[in-house]
Design a binder for this molecule. Sequence first.
Ligand SMILES: [Zn+2]
Length: 354
Amino acid sequence: MKKDFQKIAIPQILEVGTHKMDHVADYICKTDFKKIVVFYGQGIKELFGPLFLGSFEKNQCVKIIEEYVFDDINMSELMKVAFTIPNGTQAIVGVGGGKVLDVAKYIAFLNNLFFISIPTSTAHDGFASSGCSLIIEGKRTSLSAKMPYGIIVDLNIVKNSPEKFIFSGLGDIVSKITAVQDWKFEESHGYTKVHDFAVMMAKKSVNSVVRMPYTSIKEEFFLKEIVDSLTMSGIAMEIAGNSSPASGSEHLISHALDKIIKTPELHGIQVGIATLLMSFVQEHRSERVVKFLTDTGFIEFVQTLNLKRTDFEKAIEMAPEIKPNRYTFIHLLENREKAKKMLSENDLLRKILQ
Ligand SMILES: [Zn+2]
């Protein structure tokens, strides 16, 4: 280990609250950016354009010099627009769901520009992380790009996004419980060294949510907690220099499901169910995971999705190949057998999977 303090990229703008979309220009004006380019997801400009663009009419210290409605995550399509960004652009702003944020983040990275993330739903931690997921030659591929310079989240908008996106966010949050356990397991077997600060951050991010009292998952304080937690998860990965604090065996199962199922469910939905499974396999905080996923309504929701046990069995088998260099619980044959047994014997999992 080097005898120096570690430097990491941390977003300079972090605005999470109600009525943020109509003040975006004010937040960007606090920086030195004068010229920006905006990427919208499909249908996003129609929905939020008036609020978003209205802020730039009121505060003209920053100019939008080009707008794109483009959220195709196929690398070949993305490359057609990646180098059409006008000269003089200082930052790229992405507005919308996970796809457009990944597109804008990657194009900003390719052009060595700053990226400002404005998610309209918070289904996973991608809006606050340096990584992105694109399709290269038909395969969903994780790539590293750069940390968002700014994160602006309007909770009114998140509140009105479909409930499944909120459940997906909850699934991605609870996964830190099994992910951190996998990372420590890996260290105890001599495969890696955990970063203590990243572990603390990942743990805090999930604990603040699972211990928070609430009456509805759509109430403002709870939504803010969700967004803060997903943001902290993104920073934990930045500290670690890899995704280990936020992504363990439960994520490997979800990535495998993406390859197996023709139309996969949302990332955090699959990850949440896989977290439930892996908490039983790890015999680690499963009561907490069950209580949280039950109380929030996650379990009730996923029961309506008709997910198949056989797909999960295949995903368990495939999981180690997704990241052969890691050594999580699911990389051990005995744990894969235990996981498959759980699928057919555990009452809760039997209720979720058909
Ligand atoms: Zn995730």
